[in-house]
Design a binder for this molecule. Structure first.
Ligand code: 5RP
Length: 229
């Protein structure tokens, strides 16, 4: 059993954000995810900005933060491959499979992750789960397909709700909507991701199994634990 952490969740995020610098290759372009943990990584990355070429970003929010730090941001189309992609997760299991998209950036995250040889996940220990699905699964959808996709999830026992912001459906960086699906137990993430990806109108499902993590830097009461998958 883990001893109660004396570090706050914020401090654990800072710790893993800094630890991720170890995976950044000097002279190269690094793939950068999205979220509060990644923000800590971006802050840390600023300390070595002169020794990297720049970053490929997975969201408008990360792009703005990177640029504010003076880090060059490359379009994903300008880059054929990356050594490493660093991003957070909403859930990660013991095999490196993840649920992502709590920050609505899942589509671009999957695109940048697909360019990278290695996915380094940075997370505090609350994100480590046995089975994916307790966190509502984000799915980016074409708005006109939202209701039929929600019915398909209902048929498998999930309840999908449209994510809203300021009283309106949230609009992603890609101009689409997000469904959050509760009540799923995703025991076979690879098969699940493949299945949902085929439904018409699904842009991206927030299960990252085909683009799983290779390494997870987990912030724990005892410090940073490195999990290899
Ligand atoms: C954004 C994501 C984030 O990586 C995920 O939501 C974790 O965020 P945080 O580090 O803020 O807990 O997938 O779309």
């Amino acid at each position: 059993m883990t001893a109660p952490s004396t570090l706050s969740q914020e401090e654990l995020k800072t710790l893993v954000g800094q630890a991720a610098l170890h995976y950044v290759v000097p002279g190269e372009i690094v793939g950068v995810g999205t979220g509060s943990t990644v923000n800590k990584f971006i802050d840390a990355l600023a300390t070595m900005k002169d020794s990297i070429r720049g970053a490929v970003s997975s969201s408008e929010a990360s792009t703005a933060r990177l640029k504010a730090m003076g880090i060059a941001v490359f379009d994903a189309n300008e880059v054929a491959s990356l050594s490493v992609y660093i991003d957070g997760a909403d859930e990660i299991d013991g095999r490196g499979y993840m649920v992502k998209g709590g920050g609505a950036a899942l589509t671009r995250e999957k695109i940048v992750a697909a360019l990278a040889e290695r996915f380094v996940c940075i997370a505090d220990e609350s994100k480590l789960v046995k089975t994916l699905g307790a966190f509502p699964l984000p799915v980016e959808v074409i708005p006109m397909a939202a209701a039929q996709i929600a019915r398909r999830f209902a048929a498998m026992g999930g309840q999908a709700t449209l994510r809203r912001k300021d009283g309106q459906p949230l609009v992603t960086d890609n101009g689409q909507h997000i469904l959050d699906v509760r009540g799923l137990q995703i025991t076979e993430p690879l098969a699940f991701e493949s299945q949902v990806n085929q439904w018409p109108g699904v842009v991206t499902v927030g299960v990252f199994a085909h683009q799983k993590a290779h390494v997870c830097l987990l912030g724990t009461a005892q410090g940073v634990r490195t999990l290899q998958f």
